[in-house]
Design a protein around this ligand. Structure first.
Ligand SMILES: [Ca+2]
Length: 234
């Protein structure tokens, strides 16, 4: 009983942060039970170190690609720039077109992770147009060989701030399932600046056949658009 009361008192002192006021008798008792003593400053140091470790741990990998920060996107559909994408908006921004020294085409490849899908493709404010054709195409896999794309869209100033995915894929609320894709961005006129947000969201649990119907409609839209490949830029 005596030991129990002393341990109880020891617990009260520790809970009040009174480490330096613990009597020697209680200190010895604590040590006999394997208690490790630390000064208050030591606890503060450990807490500070924990904060530093947490601050140094990245919340997530860098996502998207901004040419002014990350470098020019590849000009080669057979060797597109590999871009990491994750949940949320993944910004792809850069310049494309012909400044008079040759055509700057931009090719990138990315993976839609399992459990997510590409649910929208927003044309960001600040995107400019030359008055010619602004083109974006997308293909399954990690390359674009020749002009072979799954789907493409030609867009202009009216699309700024809107979702291009319905134009690309057709159907209502179309999505692209998990997997590898390659994107081709090109202005056929003078150089322009562009920005897109590739928005990935979690795939919801299928609660009705409506989702399946949407996916089927999207696949038929792909096929229709493949037939229009003669309109692709060179
Ligand atoms: Ca570029």
């Amino acid at each position: 009983m005596q030991i129990s009361r002393r341990l109880s008192r020891l617990h009260r002192l520790l809970s009040r942060g009174c480490h330096s006021f613990i009597p020697n008798s209680l200190r010895r008792l604590g040590e006999s039970f394997g208690v490790i003593w630390m000064r208050q400053t030591q606890w503060k140091s450990i807490a500070g170190l924990t904060v530093l470790v947490l601050a140094a741990t990245p919340l997530q990998a860098a996502q998207g690609w901004i040419e002014s920060l990350d470098g020019d996107l590849s000009n080669d559909g057979l060797a597109p720039t590999i871009v990491t994408m994750g949940l949320g908006a993944n910004t792809i921004a850069g310049t494309t077109g012909n400044p008079g020294t040759g055509i700057d085409r931009d090719f990138l490849t990315f993976t839609v992770p399992d459990g997510t899908w590409l649910s929208s493709l927003i044309v960001k404010p600040g995107t400019t147009f030359s008055g010619s054709v602004s083109f974006i195409g997308i293909q399954l896999g990690t390359q674009i060989v020749g002009n072979n794309v799954l789907a493409f869209a030609l867009h202009g100033p009216e699309t700024v701030g809107t979702d291009l995915l319905p134009t690309l894929l057709g159907g209502v609320n179309p999505t692209l399932a998990s997997g590898n894709y390659t994107v081709w961005i090109q202005e056929t006129g003078g150089p322009v600046s562009y920005g897109f947000d590739f928005v990935l969201t979690p795939v919801p649990e299928p609660t009705s056949l409506a989702l399946l119907a949407t996916g089927v409609a999207g696949i038929f839209a792909y096929r229709r658009r493949q037939a229009r490949s003669a309109a692709l830029p060179q």
